[in-house]
Design a protein around this ligand. Structure first.
Ligand code: CO
Length: 137
């Protein structure tokens, strides 16, 4: 079951500059930054009521964001729904014909479990599902 819109992720070519923009220019508060080794991304989170803006940037010049930036030079990368039971939601959606980018959830930011629905299943929108650990992140 979907619980909330967890975050909207924006791929940025210059993380420091983007942190300045979303923080200083737009007045959002930077909650933190995290390098996610499994996703090969450097991330920065800005909470807004009910959800968060997540900036994503290639980790040490590698990972899936590199190709995205080469092709589009930055942009809206994915949106993410928090779910109560990620494996149950995966098998429910697979039963409806949805494809996923991986067979199993992987460890995301804050040690959550994450998986991506293939954008071909969702009119070109990359949709992430996240199940948070019980420490409430
Ligand atoms: Co995400």
């Amino acid at each position: 079951m979907i619980l909330s819109l967890d975050h909207i992720a924006i791929a940025v070519p210059d993380l420091e500059k983007a942190i300045e923009r979303w923080g200083k220019d737009f007045g959002l508060t930077l909650a933190g930054t995290e390098d996610v080794e499994t996703a090969k991304t450097s991330t920065a989170f800005f909470p807004v009521p009910g959800t968060r803006i997540e900036l994503v940037h290639p980790l040490r010049g590698t990972g899936p964001i590199v190709k995205y930036l080469e092709k589009r030079g930055g942009g809206m990368h994915h949106l993410c729904f928090a779910v109560d039971d990620i494996r149950a939601e995966m098998s429910r959606l697979q039963g409806l014909g949805y494809r996923f980018l991986s067979e199993e959830p992987s460890i995301g930011a804050h040690e959550s479990l994450v998986v991506f629905i293939h954008p071909k299943s969702t009119d070109g929108v990359l949709v992430e599902l996240v199940q948070h650990t019980q420490d409430g992140h």
